[in-house]
Ligand binder design. Structure first.
Ligand code: F6P
Length: 356
C-alpha cells in the first residue's frame, strides 16, 4: 500500500475531521503512505479534472480535530444512483480511482454509502475499507457510529435549555430530533435530558397515552413537561409527516407540530415546539466522538495495510473490531424492545408508548 484515498460520504456529523486526521497520521507515520483527501464525497473521483488534495502535516496543524462537518466536503444526494444520460458515473468513479493510482480507499459513510460503494468496488476492483458514521446510529454490527454521541449531546443540551423555560411558563416543550427511521437519538437524549415523554418510531404511542401522562403529572402539581419526538414517528393515522420541498425532495419533519396540536386541541396545556434539525449534525464533536473517530481511523489503515478489504471497522463490547461490509448493511439497526434503555426509560416513569 503506497497511496490511499479518503472520502466522506452521506450526511455530515461531528467527528469526521478527527477520523481523517487519524487516518493520515497512521498512514504517513507508521507506513509512509501518500494520502489523498477526495473532495465532496464520490464527486471528487467522478468529475474531471479529479478533485482531491494531498494531505500533509500542515493540513492538521490547526484545530480541525475540534471542528464539526468535514473539511473534505460530502454529498448525500445519491448522485450515483441516478445514471447520468451521457456518461456512466460509476465508470468515471472507477477510472478516477485508478487514474489517481490508489492502492486503497477509506470510505467514511453510513449504510447507504457503503451499499453503493461496495457494489462499485466489486465491479472496478477498488480496495475499500469503511468507517461507520451517522448521527442516527443505525448502522448494523457496531454499537456506535461516529457522530451519534455529538448529536445526543446537542439534543440533551437543548432539553436542558428547554427545561427552564418550560418551568417558567408551565408549558409542555416538545423537541423534535433527527434519526431517520431509528429512535436512538430521541431515546438517549430523552433519558439524559429528563424528558417525561419519549416517542420513537419503533414503539407505538397514543395521544391518549401522552395526555394521561401529562394529567398524572398535573395531579402531582407538575405543570411543565418535556417531550422528545423522533422525526420518523408516525401520526395516529399511521402516516409519517413529510414535507415536499421545491427541489422535489421529500424530507421528514413536522411531527412535533402534530403532537403539539393534538395535545392543545384536547387539553388546556400550552405547547411549544423546537425542531432541532441540522444543529445536531454541525456541532463540534464531543470527546467520545473524537476518540472513537481516532481509534477507527487507525484500525482502518491497518486493515488496508494487511490487505483486508471489503470490511467495516466497528465498536463492539468496548473493542474495535472489523466485520464484512455485508454484515454491517444487511440489517438496519433500530431500537429493539429489549434495548436496556427502553427498560431504563420505563423505570424512570417516562411515557415511551403503550407498552409496560
Ligand atoms: O442520516 C442523517 C440525517 O441527519 C437524518 O437524521 C435526517 O433525516 C437526514 O440526514 C437529513 O438529511 P439532509 O442533509 O438531506 O437534510
Amino acid at each position: 500500500m503506497k497511496k490511499i484515498g479518503i472520502l466522506t460520504s452521506g450526511g455530515d456529523c461531528g467527528g469526521l475531521n478527527a477520523a481523517i486526521r487519524s487516518i493520515f497520521f497512521r498512514a504517513k507515520n507508521k507506513y509512509g503512505m501518500t494520502v489523498f483527501g477526495i473532495k465532496n464525497g464520490t464527486t471528487g473521483l467522478v468529475q474531471r479534472p479529479l478533485d482531491f488534495i494531498e494531505l500533509n502535516q500542515k493540513t492538521f496543524s490547526g484545530y480541525l480535530l475540534k471542528q464539526g462537518g468535514t473539511f473534505l466536503g460530502t454529498t448525500n444526494k445519491g448522485s450515483l444512483k441516478a445514471k447520468d444520460k451521457i456518461v456512466d458515473q460509476e465508470k468515471l468513479l472507477i477510472d478516477g480511482y485508478h487514474q489517481l493510482g490508489l492502492d486503497g480507499l477509506i470510505i467514511i459513510g453510513g449504510d447507504g454509502s457503503m451499499n453503493i460503494l461496495q457494489k462499485i468496488a466489486k465491479k472496478g476492483n477498488l480496495k475499500i475499507v469503511a468507517i461507520p458514521k451517522t448521527i442516527d446510529n443505525d448502522v448494523g454490527a457496531t454499537d456506535f457510529s461516529i457522530g451519534f454521541d455529538t448529536a445526543v449531546n446537542v439534543a440533551t443540551q437543548a432539553l436542558d435549555n428547554l427545561h427552564s423555560t418550560a418551568v417558567s411558563h408551565s408549558r409542555s416543550m416538545i423537541l423534535e430530533v433527527m434519526g431517520r427511521d431509528a429512535g436512538h437519538i430521541a431515546l438517549s437524549s430523552g433519558i439524559a435530558g429528563g424528558a417525561d415523554v419519549i416517542l420513537i418510531p419503533e414503539i407505538k404511542y397514543s395521544i391518549k397515552g401522552i395526555i394521561n401522562k401529562l394529567n398524572e403529572m398535573k395531579k402531582r402539581d407538575v405543570k411543565h413537561s418535556l417531550i422528545v419526538v423522533a422525526e420518523a414517528v408516525k401520526m395516529e393515522n399511521g402516516k409519517k409527516v413529510i414535507h415536499e420541498f421545491k427541489d422535489g425532495q421529500k424530507r421528514l419533519g413536522g411531527i412535533g407540530e402534530y403532537i403539539a396540536n393534538q395535545i392543545m386541541s384536547k387539553t388546556d396545556i400550552e405547547c411549544r415546539v423546537t425542531a432541532l434539525g441540522h444543529v445536531q449534525r454541525g456541532a463540534p464533536p464531543t470527546a467520545n466522538d473524537r476518540i472513537l473517530a481516532s481509534a477507527f481511523g487507525v484500525y482502518a489503515v491497518d486493515l488496508l495495510e494487511k490487505g483486508k478489504f471489503d470490511k467495516m471497522v466497528a465498536y463492539k463490547n468496548r473493542k474495535i473490531i472489523d466485520v464484512t461490509i455485508n454484515e454491517a448493511i444487511k440489517t438496519y439497526k433500530n431500537v429493539e424492545r429489549n434495548d436496556p434503555l427502553v427498560e431504563t426509560a420505563l423505570s424512570l416513569g417516562i411515557y415511551i408508548g403503550d407498552i409496560k
